[in-house]
Design a protein. Sequence first.
Lengths: 304, 258
Amino acid sequence: MKRRDFIQNTALSSAFLGLGGLSLSSFKAPDTKHLTILHTNDVHSYIDPFPPTHPKNPNMGGVARRAALIETIRKENPNVLLLDAGDIFQGTPYFNYYGGELEFKLMSMMKYDLATIGNHDFDNGIEGLYNQLPNASFEFVSANYDFKNTIMNGHVKPYKIFNKDGIKVGVFGLGVGLEGLVDKKNYKETVYNDPVGISQDMARILKHEEKCDLVICLSHIGYKYPNEPDKICDTKLATLTKDIDLIIGGHTHTFLDKPTVLKNADGKDVLVNQVGCYGVNLGRIDFHFDSDASKIALGKSIIV
Amino acid sequence: MVKLKNYNVVLKHFVLLLTFTAFISCAEKKYAVTKIEGREIGITDKNSEVAAIENFIKPYRDKIDEDLNKVLANAPETLDKSGEWQTAMGNFLADITFEKSDKVFQMREKKSIDICLLNHGGIRSIIPKGNVTARTAFEVMPFENSAIVIGLKSEQILEMINYIITEKKPHPLKGLTFTIGKDNQPKNILVNGKPLDTNKVYYVVTSDYLSNGGDNMLFFKKGVAQYDLSYKLRNIIIDYFKENKTITANKDIRITKE
């Protein structure tokens, strides 16, 4: 009898101990999370580094080096989203010779997660883009290009949601106005819609319906047009919309020393970033999340 | 009996605790951003390379290098693209595009080209003094634009002249000559040495980009005929390099300013 009690008690306490351990870990361990966003834009088929004699970017860029840098960052934090803001194509003979095959294959090897479509991505016609899709392991998003009446129909989503270590990230794409910029025979029946209304819808869907923790706009509409103040651009879009946390841009080949922080329509912070062109830079934005209400109440600090 | 009872107690505790834990973790799983750090990382020769990527690129690169690094011709002096109304590069490109397209046009349509007009912005590089390769042609003309012939009436030739005067750019031009008077109006308009004929259709070779209204050359949209030569502007340059060992530009004046 006594021996039986002993066994029972032991089983009981160890059960409690186990439970105690379980509950302890779920309370304590995962209350902070770290997401690293890496991004490029306007790489324009620049695969090899610039030569040492180049007047503007000597020894800069190169896909093999970019791949090494990305690998190092992934080792440091595996929770990475790797994005490209368009104009992957056109600029070196690699594109003329292989039509974007090598660009897409290398981006797949580097494990790009998502890209948007730039105006030069239509340079071999919309069929030229479509024909290269099998070489891309990543997907394309564009919320304001309507491809319904083109060969690309069904191959481009307005947005994509990623679940990164329990953090829900919604990314939607935007493209630049095509008329007068791209030959009609190349973009065919692609319809460009105004980015502002579309972005408001996208941000609302992603933040409030899909309950994303983070909303990113992957844009090829351009950073800013000082000579065309009425033209929509990333910096204007940031102030005219709400619920967007980060705009990753392209098209204007803008080199920023650091991301621009702007106030959205609700007075909340939005980051806008772009990293020049030709793969000479990699943009990196780290988001640190906390589940501790007292820490959340302190607000967020932006270090740029 | 006793044993069974106690076992039930344990089970009850277990269920209670598990439910409680699950509930807590659900309620707690609301994450918010507390810190954002942003920076730009320059990619330089200090970064190492991924060998697998470099090895993957190599055959693609070798094939291009084999084609593009071969010396095709020589330029005794640099063909520049600076100038107010015409440039060495502009004259060179207009002349060779005229010549090469005319051959194709005569063969296919039994008609002759009268004028060549391209755009200054489409010349992406100069031709430096020295060896000339196919890579030079890629640098001058990276785009996939091809030659197209548009039939224009004399009214559109006048629109073209006014466009050039208004835009003030040294667009590559061949076959058409004129003088800009002190009043900024055109005079002495000649097509291959002959005055404009209001009954004639002039065949103008240009790029498909411009024929679709690129650079606001809207007069091309009023064409009465269109013939796509499917001859890439870059291939015109490469073919010319292959056939001519010495690359020079004609320096004759096409637009005179009073």
